[in-house]
Design a protein around this ligand. Structure first.
Ligand code: COA
Length: 255
């Protein structure tokens, strides 16, 4: 159990907070477990009408904890609760709202592509630098991101690690609104509370019709396979070592 993710339920809104601000809310396996448990329960709990994701501190989430990646890359194994989260997200048919400030890296951004209403700070920094880490994209982002913003922009985010501002994200259609940072949480909560008052079955049917859960999960399984095989590759080892040593990776020697 960890207290680096907290949950609270009020008036039908289940708030899931990443609460590890000293590490920019980087997500460990223990944290994924709390999120997976919460989503799995929320799916069948009539008390939960809407899920709201947010982060404590100045960032939404710096994505997967890179030390967990390193442990797997070095053969130490690792938990796979992230896959439970992805499976739950793919099939989740209640509305998901996200409030995003500061950095949203990797799954911090791909989670938004699996959300239904997204409110970002104008100066938020969204990125999916999977290739910089010699990994592969996840969370069905290889379908959802190009669908939302076009292949070339999506490729630049995946392959060059292009960082997109909150304002740009809203202009590209992956966020409903870009707001001053101080207003983001309130806007997201208000939207979640509004959704919680709507007819629940109608909302679920609407979401199910808009998202092909089977196709998204099938793509996630393909992505998970690519991600898993890259995790233990020499190029990923170089990328993780470079992160730890705070230097750019050097892929010139990997074949
Ligand atoms: N995994 C593990 N630790 C992380 C982390 C991650 N994904 N992201 C940040 N941290 C840690 C840093 O190592 C640092 O720890 P320290 O204080 O013990 O040195 C702390 O969080 C603060 O991060 P820092 O880099 O000093 O903050 P910043 O404001 O300069 O930069 C980020 C914030 C998010 C841009 C930067 O930390 C970053 O790029 N992180 C990696 C993101 C990433 O690649 N995620 C994986 C995606 S698949």
């Amino acid at each position: 159990m960890t207290d680096a993710v907290t949950t609270s339920l009020e008036a039908g809104v289940l708030t899931i907070s990443f609460a590890r601000p000293e590490k920019k809310n980087a997500i460990t396996d223990a944290m994924y477990k709390v999120v997976a448990d919460a989503l799995e329960d929320a799916g069948s709990n009539d008390q939960v009408r809407v899920v709201l994701f947010r982060g404590e501190g100045d960032s939404f989430s710096a994505g997967n904890d890179i030390n967990d990646f390193v442990a797997i890359a070095m053969g130490g194994g690792g938990g796979m609760n992230v896959f439970r989260v992805l499976k739950a997200l793919a099939h989740f048919d209640k509305p998901v709202v996200a409030a995003v400030k500061g950095a949203a890296v990797g799954i911090g951004t791909t989670l938004l592509l699996n959300s239904d209403l997204v409110y970002v700070a104008e100066d938020a920094r969204l990125s999916t630098p999977f290739v910089n880490l010699a990994l592969a994209p996840e969370a069905a982002s290889t379908i959802l991101l190009p669908l939302a913003i076009g292949h070339q922009r999506a490729f630049s985010m995946f392959a060059l690690g292009e960082v997109v501002s909150g304002s740009q994200a809203a202009a590209w259609g992956i966020a409903n609104a870009a707001l001053p940072a101080a207003e983001v949480e309130a806007a997201a909560l208000k939207a979640a509370q509004e959704l919680a008052k709507r007819a629940p079955r109608s909302l679920q049917l609407t979401k199910r019709l808009m998202r092909d859960a089977a196709r998204l999960w099938s793509q996630m399984e393909r992505e998970n396979e690519a991600f898993g095989s890259q995790l233990t590759s020499p190029e990923a080892r170089e990328a993780f070592t470079a992160f730890a040593e705070r230097r750019p990776p050097d892929f010139s020697k990997v074949s």
